[in-house]
Design a protein around this ligand. Structure first.
Ligand SMILES: C[S@@+](CC[C@H](N)C(=O)[O-])C[C@H]1O[C@@H](n2cnc3c(N)ncnc32)[C@H](O)[C@@H]1O
Length: 396
């Protein structure tokens, strides 16, 4: 059978695992599996089969996906839904044939030159690699298991030889990164259990909650804000690695320093401003001016009542434990050399003051030092977070 012109067969199922095994028995090989019960199989050079699990109450469909060139003349064709970008990096439309059948037509993504700005943010890659290093070099139990960021970052074989990945010298930072991510994750799970359905991540970087915890994430609307270039890169990598960008994950490009109205952009992306949200920002405020952070806090304080913010801030060096100061100084020097200097440090009192001025109902200081007892107690390897970064937890 000639298969030119047939791009794929799209198969819906009520059980992804069983359906994938069925096609494997027929000689298909798994090309990739996503974290949300779907995946792609292929047999030789023929069309691929894309299997997607759907809820029990929906009737599973099968559809042939036709391949189309870019320059189709559609004047005589009934287009049911015009070309739209898919979350897996193509464009698709639905057309009706003369007998009334629907066909999916797939075209390559619009030719869009990749700009040099579409590269990952180095600081976000570093924190993602530290999270992966925790799994790879520290003994279980792990405070957080996250190697997805490593897969997205694709740093190359020698990444563990980087000076900032020195397992011993940077162990305190590594522990801090996993502790702060864990605190946020615990908070989001707790808020989701209390019925909050919106999760906003400011300066999300290589945050991978959506990919690692799809069972919770898919019940939320998640909004990731980050700088446009690094975010475009992340979108591309999510597609390439096979996670895609599901409809509940909204990537909203914003540069906080331009003063643009990011709340308006969140609302345009689907945030309901009348319902509470959990808002987090980890490892971002030190890169922003005080004015920008104050304005950001004012915006969040205007979210619906019941909203919660968890935001980290860096302490002035004289409030950092003496043992941690050389590491922090090296880290600040590295950040400056990389073009992403730390520009803002806050005492806990200053940060609480900013939160109160912004209009939050409650504002609490959670010291980074408290993470030792909370997440690392009794570890024989002595892994402990360093002391330079604290949390503001505030409610609207
Ligand atoms: C150290 S990373 C932290 C990433 C992630 N939150 C984490 O904890 O791993 C800092 C993040 O802040 C983002 N960022 C820095 N300046 C920003 C700005 N002006 N507007 C938006 N995002 C910014 C960077 O792109 C990066 O993703």
């Amino acid at each position: 059978m000639a298969t030119e012109g047939i791009e794929a067969v799209y198969v819906e199922t009520h059980n992804w695992g069983r359906s994938a095994r069925f096609f494997q028995t027929l000689g298909f090989t798994l090309e990739f599996e996503t974290d949300h019960n779907s995946g792609q199989l292929r047999n030789g050079d023929g069309p691929y089969v894309f299997i997607a699990e759907i809820p029990e109450e929906r009737e599973p469909r099968t559809q042939i996906v036709l391949r189309a060139p870019d320059d189709l003349d559609l004047s005589d064709v009934e287009v049911v839904t015009p070309y739209e970008e898919t979350h897996y990096g193509t464009r698709e439309m639905t057309v009706r044939d003369p007998d009334g059948r629907l066909w999916i037509v797939q075209a390559p993504p619009e030719d869009r030159p990749v700009t040099p700005a579409e590269t990952p943010d180095g600081t976000a890659v570093r924190t993602a690699l530290w999270r992966a290093l925790h799994v790879q070099v520290d003994a279980p139990p792990h405070v957080l298991e996250d190697e997805v960021g490593l897969r997205l970052a694709r740093p190359g074989d020698g990444w563990r030889d980087r000076p900032d990945m020195d397992a011993r010298f940077t162990s305190g930072f590594r522990a801090s990164m996993v502790a702060r991510a864990r605190l946020v994750e615990d908070l989001v799970v707790e808020q989701a259990e209390r019925g909050v359905t919106q999760y906003v991540i400011l300066g999300a970087g290589l945050d991978t909650f959506a990919q690692r915890r799809p069972e919770i994430a898919a019940r939320l609307q998640i909004f990731e804000i980050d700088q446009p270039g690094p975010q475009a890169w992340k979108r591309q990598r999510l597609i390439e690695v096979g996670y895609g960008v599901p409809e509940w994950l909204h990537l909203v490009p914003v540069d906080f320093e331009t003063g643009e109205d990011w709340l308006k952009q969140l609302v345009a992306a689907g945030l309901d401003p009348d319902r509470p949200a959990v808002v987090v920002s980890t490892g971002v405020s030190m890169y922003l001016t005080r004015e920008t952070t104050a304005a950001t806090l004012r915006t969040i304080a205007g979210f619906a009542p019941g909203s919660t913010l968890a935001m980290t801030f860096m302490l002035p060096i004289d409030l950092v434990d003496e043992a941690d100061r050389p590491g922090l100084t090296a880290s600040a020097n590295g950040a400056r050399a990389a073009g992403t200097p730390f520009v803002s440090f806050y005492t806990p009192a200053e940060m609480l003051g900013l939160a109160r001025e912004a209009g939050f109902t409650t504002a609490e200081h959670v010291p980074g030092r408290s993470f030792g007892a909370r997440y690392f107690a009794g570890r024989p390897d002595g892994l402990r977070p360093s002391s330079g970064e604290d949390f503001l937890v505030a409610t609207v």
